[in-house]
Design a protein around this ligand. Structure first.
Ligand code: ARG
Length: 469
């Protein structure tokens, strides 16, 4: 902090000397925790109400602090709020301003409160809103997937294992596979939200207070489902942040898997999709290029958010009870992951909403007769051949076809155990219709699945809406 400034941090009383420049520069959190401003103000309002009820602040003082909080909030929202050198974090900045505005009454605001319960309160409120925002965006993407799946009709493409063609699948089946992953993500968010929904306000620095404060009433004022059970635990608990970081990271990983597919599908070689202009980028040098940058960043940013998650876990490891300044490191990873995943969900939803599926290319690729090899083997099974033998019979025909450059269909027809009926299975569009088991890739089960996905989407939509209440 500059020597020219004679203002002091809020905790200056015990100190004969002001803080060193290096200490300040290193420990300052204001540049990033300004994002908690709105939530800190809410915490202040709840706390000042509690002080009023307890008779620690007179009604006049409560009113003065509330008015100062209104002004402070308005200044913060409009950008007029003037930070000063001694504002160490957003919490001290707000208290400093409230004291400037409300004088003595303002100086009573921090009664029975510590930054430790204050920070934990504001951070949990932020996280609750972040979870609701991400949940809304997840549902937005699920809606796109269901709509595109509905439109996809009976289009089919090769299904892959090891990125080698395996069996054809309906395009809707493929799109819905991603839908279910996001549905699990939503369920995880709702579950994490329950543990997030606990108010730390009233825990003080670590042990509570001698003043007649009521943490349960504070929890109600702040819209938390409950108050803490243990003050030591709640001021040092960041499980909630680690948990939602994981949940957001899982979403980022799901986005990255879609991203990788779109990168592959949009290549000249695959040509399964064409990206819309608004959701692709050009090359600065190569005029013909249209690049899948959203898809690539969905892949790339997953690495970054995994780093944020493991970073926070490492911060929390082996921390003794209760608050330690290490915990200040909880915010940046969470803010960053929240921003990246929020934007990623929007960008990928837009990309998929406007992408063109080149179903002719998909079908042409899936119509390779080799994709029907399993159907031939299962044909033999239906005729009584043990599957292992059937696998060998079909495998030998496939090998011969490949080695000798012969078409598969005539070889199948010529094989006495197979014949014309089996060869008909190689016809374009036939193999995909052969998957009839529940949850499988054929038209019957996928129709059922699509209906189930629509029902699930309704559930997910109301789950997401309930999180923002
Ligand atoms: N900016 C700090 C944080 O985010 C505030 C807490 C400081 N508390 C303390 N006892 N020094 O964690």
């Amino acid at each position: 902090m500059s020597d020219s400034h004679d203002a002091q941090p809020l905790w200056h009383g015990r100190f004969a000397e002001g803080p060193a420049e290096e200490l300040w520069e290193y420990t300052l959190s204001l540049p990033f925790d300004q994002r908690l401003a709105r939530f800190d103000i809410r915490g202040c309002r709840a706390h000042v109400a509690g002080l009023g009820v307890a008779g620690i602040l007179s009604p006049g003082d409560v009113e003065a602090v509330e008015a100062a909080l209104d002004t402070t909030e308005a200044e913060l929202a409009s950008g007029e709020f003037a930070f000063v050198d001694t504002d160490e974090d957003i919490h001290t900045a707000i208290e400093r301003r409230v004291t400037e505005l409300a004088g003595d009454a303002g100086a009573r605001l921090h009664t029975g409160r510590s930054r430790n319960d204050q920070v934990a309160t504001a951070f949990r409120l932020f996280c609750k809103e972040a979870v609701a925002t991400i949940a809304e965006r997840v549902v937005g993407l699920q809606e796109v997937l269901v709509r595109r799946a509905t439109e996809a009709g009976d289009a089919y493409l090769p299904g892959y294992t090891h990125l080698q063609q395996a069996q054809p699948v309906l395009l809707r089946h493929h799109l819905l596979a991603h839908f279910w992953a996001f549905s699990r993500d939503l369920d995880r968010l709702a579950d994490a939200h329950r543990r997030l929904d606990v108010s730390p306000l009233g825990a003080g620095a670590l042990a509570g207070s001698s003043l007649p404060l009521d943490p349960v009433a504070n929890a109600e004022r702040l819209g938390f489902a409950s108050a803490f059970a243990n003050s030591l635990d709640v001021v040092s608990d960041r499980d909630f942040a680690a948990e939602i970081l994981f949940d957001f990271t899982m979403i980022a990983i799901h986005l990255s898997r879609i991203g990788e597919e779109i990168v592959i599908w949009s290549t000249e070689e695959f040509g399964f999709v064409r990206l819309s202009d608004a959701y692709s980028t050009g090359s600065s040098m190569l005029p013909q290029k249209k690049n899948p940058d959203i898809a690539e960043l969905a892949r790339g940013k997953a690495g970054r958010v995994i780093g944020n998650l493991t970073g926070l876990l490492a911060t929390l490891k082996a921390l003794p009870l209760a608050y330690n300044r290490d915990l200040q490191e909880d915010k940046e990873p969470l803010f960053d992951t929240f921003d990246q995943v929020r934007r990623g969900l929007g960008a990928v939803a837009g990309m998929l909403d406007t992408i063109t599926f080149r179903t002719d290319r998909m079908a042409a690729s899936a119509d390779s007769p080799y994709a029907a090899a399993t159907d031939l083997a299962e044909y033999l099974v239906r005729k009584g051949t043990p599957f292992r033998d059937a696998h060998a019979i079909v495998g030998a025909i496939v090998r011969r076809s490949l080695d000798e450059g012969l078409e598969l269909a005539p070889l199948v027809e010529a094989e006495t155990r197979l014949g014309a009926e089996a060869a008909a299975l190689l016809q374009p569009g036939v193999p995909v219709t052969m998957r009839t088991t529940a949850g499988g890739a054929g038209p019957g089960p996928v129709e059922t699945q699509l209906a189930a996905a629509r029902t699930q989407l309704e559930t997910d939509r109301s789950t997401a809406a309930s999180l923002s209440r």
